[in-house]
Design a protein around this ligand. Structure first.
Ligand code: PH4
Ligand code: ZN
Length: 309
């Protein structure tokens, strides 16, 4: 059965570990994540972006697929189905009405007051339907953004604003900007996360589970394997795993990972097809790709997020 994410996030907050949000993009991928989490006895949040929802024929289809898989696979760990980066009220409402147990309203592109008003509207509707809400304050840094002190204060989450935002919106968890970004190209030079800012935010709102987006590590081994078998992903760099570990000690309770699963899947498909040029049954290469995702998920849960069975 699907659950809302409240309990898993509170336990993570009190136990100083990270609940994973693994984004899903197709059936094989979803099966890999559920299999690994069941093996690890770990709770999990399945994230679905707007793009992923469209790709999978709509949120209603995704909810039906996940529900059926959780049931048919005999999954016993808590699973939350979460809208990732919902851009407006309507899309959040559609997911809430369609069986999602958690939604993110991403109002970070709006001014502070507008972000508050939008988030409040979603919180009211979601809470009336037993669904929890994540919001975002601050902007994720892109690789182009040079992290000067000025740029930091312009884009990273302001601790006092975070406290006011949570108080006025009643949101359940808050995604903050401390230097991460989406994708495989997160830093040009040395990786940098603003841990002082994170600690200050956590000090001001210790009860609010904080969320780290853009938390993939872009493991060199997987980039190298992609490139070895015909890929072209030069200069990719993510957040070192020790930084993710540190973040969970300073108040991050939910860690979003998508790119690392994309890389694991792609590296395996590239390798398989290169080594088996005569194969053309997709099950032949999607099976090993699914196993590669499963291994990556297990690695994250045990070696990075601090989960103990
Ligand atoms: N996300 C995933 C966003 C995926 O539109 P889209 O499906 O490409 O969006 O919210 C993350 O925070 C993932 O971070 P990562 O790129 O470091 O894995
Ligand atoms: Zn994100």
């Amino acid at each position: 059965m699907l659950v809302n994410a409240t309990e898993m996030l509170i336990k993570a907050r009190d136990g100083h570990y990270g609940v994973p949000q693994f984004n899903i993009n197709n059936l094989e991928w979803t099966k890999a994540v559920l299999t690994a989490c069941e093996e690890m006895k770990s709770p999990v949040i399945l994230g679905v972006s707007e793009g992923a929802g469209k790709y999978m024929t709509g949120f209603k289809t995704v909810a039906a697929m996940v529900d059926a898989m959780v049931d048919s696979m005999g999954i016993t760990v808590p699973v939350a189905l979460h809208l990732d980066h919902g851009g407006d009220f309507e899309i959040c409402k559609a997911c809430i009405d369609g069986g999602f147990t958690s939604v993110m309203i991403d109002g970070s592109k709006h001014e502070f007051e507008e972000n508050i008003a939008l988030t409040k509207q979603v919180v009211e509707y979601a809470h009336a339907h037993g669904v929890v809400v994540e919001a975002e304050l601050g902007k994720l840094a892109g690789v182009e953004d040079n992290i000067s002190v000025d740029a930091r204060s312009a884009t990273f989450t302001d601790p006092a604003e975070a406290a006011e935002f949570v108080e006025r919106t009643g949101v359940d968890s808050l995604a903050i900007a401390i230097g991460t970004s989406h994708g495989a190209y997160k830093f040009k030079g040395e990786p940098y996360l603003d841990f002082e800012r994170l600690q200050e935010i956590h000090r001001l709102i210790p009860d609010t589970p904080l969320v780290l987006h853009g938390a993939s590590t872009v493991l060199p081994e997987f980039v190298a394997r992609c490139n070895e078998y015909g890929g072209q992903i030069p200069g990719a760099q993510g957040v070192p795993e020790e930084m993710i570990r540190a973040a969970t000690k300073y108040g991050i309770c939910k860690v979003n990972i998508d790119t690392d699963l994309r890389l694991a899947m792609t590296a395996e498909i590239r390798r398989y097809l290169t080594e088996h040029p005569a194969d053309f049954d997709p099950r032949k290469y999607l099976g090993p790709a699914r196993d590669a995702i499963r291994r990556m998920v297990s690695h994250k849960i045990t070696d990075v997020l601090g989960w103990k069975k």
